[in-house]
Design a protein. Structure first.
Length: 272
């Protein structure tokens, strides 16, 4: 022990950073309040202070990941929802989105490095992987989230798992996970939309319409523009052009400058 005190640089004698868990928790709670009030810079500053006080604060790293993920969503909305960017403008904004997604993933992985049984962080990694279109990591992360029996929101992980299987063209496993998610949470809008996509890919038009019907009936509770686009396509398949046109127009009105709105207007004009 005396040797370590005398020669701090000697191998095996590295000092550990002091942990002030109480101070770190105070800073973390302040950050949560700032974030809820949309004061993102203040939230990040407090989270950094929380980590300085306790470098093992997994919750602080997880929240930094959530902030970066929200910023990535905002960049995605700039490119696809608030307007439908093209060319160099789209590439520039999507590069920012990708950068934020990778930053978020790094934060979440730091959190699970500190706390391996952290289902919320695992599911967030799955979400990031879906947005980066890396399907196998999305599957692995969602499965890790579902391993924790204490996870209070497994339907979100199942929805991510099913959506990754869908993109890998594994329609049976996609149906299994999404059907279970919707069965456990019938009001789960995103789960219903994704399940309807699986049914459409399988050619099960009636089942797809049954899955998506609650979203089309209440667009305010489930404001998923792509669901109205999907509904229009399904009614087209059913040879009901009037209903299809109605849904395409409703889609175009939801976010009139989005890429989905452009697509809905194009389909509505094609209907004879």
């Amino acid at each position: 022990m005396g040797t370590c005190i005398a020669v701090l640089s000697a191998p095996g004698c590295a000092t550990r950073a002091k942990r002030d868990t109480d101070q770190s928790e105070v800073r973390f709670r302040l950050a949560v309040g700032y974030f809820e009030n949309r004061r993102v810079e203040a939230a990040v500053e407090e989270l950094q202070k929380a980590i300085e006080a306790d470098p093992q604060n997994a919750d602080a790293y997880n929240m930094l990941g959530l902030i970066a993920l929200k910023q990535a969503y905002d960049y995605g909305a700039q490119a696809n929802t608030f307007s439908c960017l093209k060319g160099a403008d789209a590439e520039s904004v999507r590069a920012e989105e990708t950068s934020k997604l990778k930053e978020a993933e790094g934060r979440f992985r730091k959190a699970i490095g500190l706390r391996p049984e952290f289902p919320q962080a695992w599911n967030s990694i799955s979400t990031v992987s879906l947005l980066l279109q890396t399907w196998d990591p999305a599957i692995e992360a969602a499965q890790n989230a579902l391993k924790d029996p204490t996870y209070d929101a497994p339907v979100f992980a199942r929805a991510n798992l099913g959506w990754a299987y869908f993109h890998k063209k594994d329609l049976q496993n996609a149906w299994k996970e999404l059907h279970e998610a919707v069965s456990r949470a019938p009001g789960f809008c995103v789960g219903r939309y994704r399940l309807a996509k699986v049914y459409l890919e399988r050619g099960d038009i009636d089942e797809a319409l049954d899955a998506i019907a609650p979203l089309l009936a209440d667009g305010k509770r489930c404001p998923i523009q792509e669901a109205f686009l999907l509904g229009g396509l399904l009614y087209e398949r059913r040879k009901d052009p009037e209903k299809a046109r109605e849904l395409f127009r409703a889609c175009a009105d939801m976010s009139s400058r989005s890429c989905a709105a452009d697509e809905c207007r194009r389909y509505a004009q094609m209907i004879q």
